[in-house]
Design a protein around this ligand. Structure first.
Ligand code: AP5
Length: 208
């Protein structure tokens, strides 16, 4: 099954997709994670996109489409995949439709006030990338990842100016994709406001 996670920044795409990947045994592919890995590696792609990501703007379509196309060519996607954070523009959605099929589009929705609270309190593990939240999903030990013991940090794009820009970018460029996938019959709207375990239950229900 090929699944897309759509939804504004902070709606819980990464949190829920990282659990679904274990349930369905298909890879979780996050374009944000792929880009952050390139930045960490300081390779050509990373150097090109670092300032774009930190400001909360979108990486150009042609770069993003090529990265995803290559990733989906890998053999671990033969039984399906979960795409988290792609597509985000009409051009990306059209490109994806040419090189893959899409079965379900999980559309997580949440109001801006909650999104800002979630993003500004997010802490991410430097080693394994797991996300926590200072109030909503606190680690057992302050500043330390429950799963691997790695150090937790705040993403540069989780500063308030960047968060506001990411929300604007989402509403202008990504939200219109809801109508696109609704028309194709694959859109599954999910209320992202309950606790993660409840949201997970709702998503698993629609993926059955
Ligand atoms: P990306 O990493 O994809 O960022 P995003 O879409 O802004 O999404 P986030 O990772 O911020 O949020 P999320 O929805 O995954 O929420 P999370 O689960 O962490 O992309 C980063 C950047 O890369 C983009 O800005 C862009 O520059 C570039 N990029 C990526 N894809 C691109 C593309 N296709 N085209 C062009 N550029 C692209 O949860 C957030 C917080 O809330 C956490 O602290 C979590 O613990 C907490 N939380 C989660 N669920 C709940 C819940 N149910 N209740 C309470 N708290 C919760």
């Amino acid at each position: 099954m090929n699944v897309i996670f759509l939804g504004p920044p902070g709606s819980g795409k990464g949190t829920i997709a990282s659990k679904i990947t274990k349930e369905l045994k298909i890879p979780h592919i996050s374009t944000g994670d792929l880009f952050r890995a390139a930045i960490k590696a300081e390779n050509d792609l990373g150097l090109k996109i670092k300032s774009i990501i930190e400001a909360g703007d979108l990486v150009p379509d042609e770069v993003t489409i090529e990265v995803v196309k290559r990733r989906l060519d890998e053999s671990d996607t033969n039984d399906g995949y979960i795409l988290d954070g792609f597509p985000r523009t009409p051009a990306q959605a059209e490109a994806l439709g040419k090189f893959s099929t899409v079965d379900k589009v999980i559309d997580l929705s949440l109001n801006d006030e909650e999104l800002i609270k979630r993003l500004s309190g997010r802490r991410v593990c430097k080693s394994c990338g797991n996300s926590f939240h200072v109030d909503f999903v606190p680690p057992k030990k302050d500043g330390i990842c429950d799963d691997c013991g790695g150090e937790l940090y705040t993403r540069k794009d989780d500063q308030i100016d960047s968060i506001k820009n990411r929300l604007e970018v989402y509403y202008s460029q990504t939200e219109p994709l809801k109508a696109y996938y609704k028309e194709l019959g694959s859109l599954c709207p999910i209320d992202a406001s309950p606790a993660p375990s409840e949201v997970l239950k709702s998503v698993l229900e629609v993926l059955k």
